[in-house]
Design a protein around this ligand. Structure first.
Ligand code: AMP
Length: 397
């Protein structure tokens, strides 16, 4: 399916292997890592390299330091967590310049099986500019390059695209898994194939809907984006979030679904509130009973039942975007119900990254899913059928 070199295609023993990971993990105010899934997801690649006698040099970005050193966005806590997880010392090459003579010295003294983590690559403004000089500096620290940062593969930066032009390259196990699971769903899914899309806006999901209309049997729409479709069908949506300028487009997508024989389900009832806040009166009403002065905040009970039944009967389910304002306690039911239905379904269950992934983890269903993507934006672009530059740049087989 994927014609890219993988870890096993390279002779890594004794070599300095640069690995681009996605260690962009959430931290609290004391800089404790609050969710280490992105770190644990990268362990298979790192462990393989250790076991095969490579000198492992890891790099990643963290947050948005905007091209300047920022001690609050240092990767040091990640090095500590990695040390615990790998049960071996991970040397943190603490240097705001990311690459320097000091860092070179650390790397030249490495032995096979040693692991070093470089400082946040976005401390250098050349990173996001994909500048050749920075890619060359990074490349000077290694003999081989592995990209395992799925979450940044939709971006072309020096540490993922620039560097792959400098060194023999391959993808790591995480990218391989992401592409294999999502690729199979798109190319040869167990049917019925059901896609669930939510989140704030239709405009962010147009490409995904268009691409999926040729592949899925059913599309379930929830969250803020549902109101533009409901309005396009002539329903009153009160003060709900609405993209007036996307009404024609929504009508076009509904027509296209009908022509292609895709079942396109919108909410039949809604949890509404007067104000956009948690502490306010709310109630469930049928879709044609939304008063002019109230807004939709979550799926209704009937909608949850209908959507859950579609998921129960599915062969493959792909989900991206919350079904309501799930950050607010009173309006997280619809989103949690989807997570529960997917966890209980026998279907191949794939959760796009971002909000849906954190909702699944928070509700405790993480282990029950076939795959939770580590990249929100990247998985969305993959589902849109776009080529991801970080993967396209890797050597072909
Ligand atoms: P996105 O970033 O497009 O995936 O959208 C996620 C955001 O959509 C979350 O912050 C939700 O709170 C928000 N959202 C979901 N449903 C609604 C709704 N009915 N009204 C307003 N915002 C919503």
């Amino acid at each position: 399916m994927l014609n890219k070199k993988t870890l096993e295609d390279l002779q890594v023993r004794g070599q300095r292997v640069l690995v681009r990971c996605d260690f962009n993990v959430p931290m609290d105010e004391e800089r404790n890592i609050t969710d280490d899934r992105r770190i644990t997801s990268s362990l298979p690649t790192i462990q393989y390299l250790i076991d095969n006698g490579a000198k492992v040099v890891l790099m990643s970005h963290l947050g948005r330091p905007k091209g300047k050193p920022n001690s609050e966005l240092s990767l040091e806590p990640v090095a500590n967590r990695l040390s615990q997880l790998l049960d071996r010392e991970v040397t943190f090459a603490k240097d705001d310049r990311v690459v320097s003579e000091d860092v070179e010295k650390i790397i030249s003294s490495m032995k096979p099986g040693d692991v070093v983590l470089l400082e946040n690559t976005r401390f250098r403004k050349e990173e996001q500019e994909n500048a050749d000089e920075f890619a060359e500096e990074l490349a000077s620290l290694g003999d081989l390059y592995i990209n395992d940062a799925f979450g940044t593969s939709h971006r072309a930066h020096a540490s993922n695209v620039g560097i792959s032009n400098q060194l023999p390259s391959a993808i790591g196990y995480l990218i391989q898994k992401e592409i294999n699971v999502m690729g199979k769903a798109l190319e040869n899914p167990e049917r019925p194939f059901v896609a669930i899309l939510g989140g704030a806006k239709v405009s962010d999901k147009i490409g995904v809907i268009e691409n999926l209309l040729d592949k899925v049997d059913t599309i379930l729409i929830g969250g803020g984006m549902a109101y533009t479709f409901l309005r396009a069908q002539g329903h009153e949506v009160g003060t709900s979030i609405l993209e007036e300028d996307k009404l024609d487009l929504a009508r076009g997508l509904l027509e296209s679904a009908e022509k292609k024989g895709v079942k396109f389900l919108l909410p039949v009832d809604i949890t509404i509130a007067k104000e956009f806040k948690n502490d306010t009166d709310f109630k469930v009403v049928a879709i044609d009973e939304i008063p002019k002065d109230m807004m939709g905040m979550d799926s209704g009970t009937e909608t949850i039942k209908i959507f859950s039944k579609e998921i129960e009967d599915a062969g493959t389910v792909v989900w991206n975007g919350p079904m309501g304002v799930f950050e607010m306690e009173n309006f997280k039911k619809g989103t949690e119900a989807i997570a529960k239905a997917m966890a209980e379904s026998k279907a191949v269950s794939i959760v796009g990254g971002g909000d849906s992934a954190s909702a699944v983890e928070k509700a405790g269903y993480g282990e029950k899913m076939t795959h939770i993507s580590t990249g929100g934006g990247a998985s969305l672009e993959f589902l849109e059928g776009k080529s991801l530059p970080g993967i396209a740049a890797i050597d072909d087989r």
